[in-house]
Design a protein around this ligand. Structure first.
Ligand code: UT7
Length: 333
């Protein structure tokens, strides 16, 4: 497969660390030094489906296609606006498509699982054009009394159109099953027959340091495996796009591979951790800043609840858009 279109949808509401200081026992200094995050976007009146639909429409326009050209809509999301109907179906309505539509849940690794699934459909001849969306509103899953987690996340959606091509050089996905270090219970409902399923703590629960350790060791392993499968060395990669979860994780990976910092863009200071939307949102910024050139090699890596993780190597095929945005803060000065 290859990426032929890209779009994004982000909430209007910016929430800075200083705003969080007003509602939590935290500080801008603590959040910035431990995570690299200065602000994030949070959904207010809009719903997630609107963001995802906007991202999808933009990706289609960028690819020069309409909804009727799409053979499969895939959405990587942890929790859509509805349990059902799935978000992918709602997107078909917005873009004017009647093709198969499904949501896929692999937490923050969802976008990579989506790439792999789309690639399988294309290779099997089941689809010629796939719309893949990563859309998350983790602000609605967070426990806003838990300063150790709610400060980390932001909302947003990124979408790509995938068509037949030789862009995907390798993909490696894996799981280390764990429901202790990062989890959130589903709602128990009110069945009179259900016993012992009520949960005291609202929102997601995370053992931050355990997830941090998993992230750095697994991200390194996944990237090494993906590079090996592509028969490439890190020095041949032009851009390394890491899941934007914590700038300290990103710094550790840079050191472990001794990667030129100018090859590892980051927008976490503005986005926070947007889970399955993290990589497509970063990709959108690079593309619109004119930083991606046809023929360049990208390495992508993500990790999250599951614990799922994965990495892939791909070639970029698209020319830069005509109008570019400034993106001076994507790379270290
Ligand atoms: O997509 C995957 C999702 N998850 C991740 O990638 C998370 C990976 N882990 C992390 O990013 C880090 O572990 C965190 C940023 C979540 C936490 O950083 P840390 O350096 O591991 O801090 P900690 O949890 O060990 O907490 C250190 C101290 C504690 O105080 P005491 O016990 O030392 O007095 C916390 O209570 O910092 C305190 N603390 C805070 N202080 C101010 C925790 N959260 C905050 C906060 N503001 N927001």
């Amino acid at each position: 497969m290859k990426i032929t279109g890209i779009g994004r949808g982000i909430p209007d509401q910016v929430v800075t660390n200083h705003q969080l200081e007003q509602i939590l026992d935290t500080s801008d200094d603590w959040i910035k030094s431990r995570t690299g995050i200065s602000e994030r976007r949070i959904l207010t009146e809009q719903n997630l489906n609107e963001l995802a639909s906007n991202a999808s429409a933009e990706a289609l326009a960028d690819a020069g296609l309409s909804g009727a050209d799409i053979d499969l809509v895939l959405v990587a999301t942890t929790m859509a606006d509805y349990i059902f109907p799935n978000m992918a179906s709602m997107i078909t309505r917005h873009i004017g498509a009647n093709c198969p539509a499904m949501d896929l849940h692999a937490a923050c690794t969802g976008f990579l699982y989506g790439l792999q699934t789309a690639n399988a459909y294309l290779k099997a001849g089941l689809a010629r054009r796939v719309l893949l969306v990563g859309a998350e509103a983790i602000s609605r899953l967070s426990d806003w009394n838990d300063r150790g987690t709610c400060i980390l996340f932001g909302d947003g959606a990124g979408a790509v159109v995938l068509e037949e091509g030789d862009g995907l050089k390798s993909m490696h996905l894996s799981t280390q099953a764990d429901d202790r270090v990062l989890f959130m219970h589903s709602q128990p409902g009110n069945s009179p027959y259900t016993k012992g399923h009520s949960h005291d703590k609202p929102g997601l629960t995370m053992e931050g340091q355990d997830v941090f350790r998993f992230a750095v060791s697994q991200c390194e392993k996944d990237l090494r495996t993906a590079l090996e499968l592509a028969d490439m060395g890190m020095e041949e990669v032009d851009w390394v796009l890491l899941h934007q979860a914590n700038s300290r994780i990103i710094e550790t990976i840079k050191r472990r591979f001794n990667i030129d910092p100018k090859k590892v863009p980051s927008n976490i200071h503005r986005t926070g951790n947007t889970s399955a939307a993290s990589i497509p949102l970063l990709l959108w910024e690079l593309y619109h800043a004119g930083m991606l050139k046809p023929g360049q090699t990208l390495a992508l890596s993500a990790f999250g609840a599951g614990l799922t993780s994965g990495a892939c190597v791909m070639t970029w095929h698209k020319d830069a858009p005509k109008t570019l945005i400034p993106a001076d803060d994507l790379l270290p000065q």
